[in-house]
Design a protein around this ligand. Sequence first.
Ligand SMILES: Cc1cc2nc3c(=O)[nH]c(=O)nc-3n(C[C@H](O)[C@H](O)[C@H](O)COP(=O)(O)OP(=O)(O)OC[C@H]3O[C@@H](n4cnc5c(N)ncnc54)[C@H](O)[C@@H]3O)c2cc1C
Length: 270
Amino acid sequence: MIPAPFDYVAADSAEHAIELLVSRGEDAKILAGGHSLLPMMKLRLAAPGVLIDIARIAGLAGIRAEGDELVIGATTRHADLAASDLVRAQAPLLAHSASLVGDPQIRHRGTIGGSLAHADPAADLPMALVALGGSVELAGPDGTRLVSAEDFFTGFFETALAPDELLTAIRVPCRPGALWGYQKFVRRANDWAIVGAAAVAGRIALANMGPTPIRAHAAERALAEGASAEQAAELAADGTSPGTDIHADRAYREHLARVLTARALAGRHA
Ligand SMILES: Cc1cc2nc3c(=O)[nH]c(=O)nc-3n(C[C@H](O)[C@H](O)[C@H](O)COP(=O)(O)OP(=O)(O)OC[C@H]3O[C@@H](n4cnc5c(N)ncnc54)[C@H](O)[C@@H]3O)c2cc1C
């Protein structure tokens, strides 16, 4: 449980972090809350030559409203999202999902940018962002680009981030008053979802039903065509590709997707 040797640099601005990413190439890894990266390094599943710490960069954390969107800095902690009056009013699904991440220690260290960049298909915030139709700002040596949450997650623990890019902010459409529901099925408190379902204003996203967080398109189409929530939820597993592990096999995950989607569409919160 001891990581391979590595260098450590505390970046003092986003530009500095990007310069370091460019100069150190694939040998470098961004360090945010460290709650996914450090366990991987201790298990030697990751062995970066240099960690670029972005946790103290002023301006990378914080939450503000801009037009009809929330703009959330990449190093905003899960606990701050969960406690934010602005997020609770404008995107309550996001605040609620952040409140269910791990335990208080994890929520006070882990960051939304780290969770999205890590791209665990069982994680809470990636599913929430896909359900909300959010997007991410990626900054690199050639400037900044905006990528939708759905395009950002490209595979199992894989994203659209290039090795020299930094995720700087998350944009979330404000949806005050929209009916939403959030369901996370776990065996023990603090676990990742065996399956998760998040619904808001007719959009449905699922966690752990494939290599990335995914939309339940068949169920969404049925809703749009006038089906009841129960009828639509029956289609929640269509087009998904869940795996089998010690917690659940494929058929059980498909069953969970249908049950949890029905609950989420009814506006219930796990
Ligand atoms: C015991 C335990 C239980 C947990 N339970 C849950 C849970 O129930 N639900 C859940 O969703 N998560 C859970 N997590 C994960 C937690 O949410 C982490 O905080 C999160 O996945 C990673 O955020 P971080 O800030 O710690 O990122 P780090 O660990 O610092 O980084 C993770 C990865 O993202 C990259 N990265 C980080 N920030 C950026 C950035 N701004 N730009 C580009 N790349 C970046 C890093 O290089 C690294 O590859 C748990 C973790 C632990 C240890």
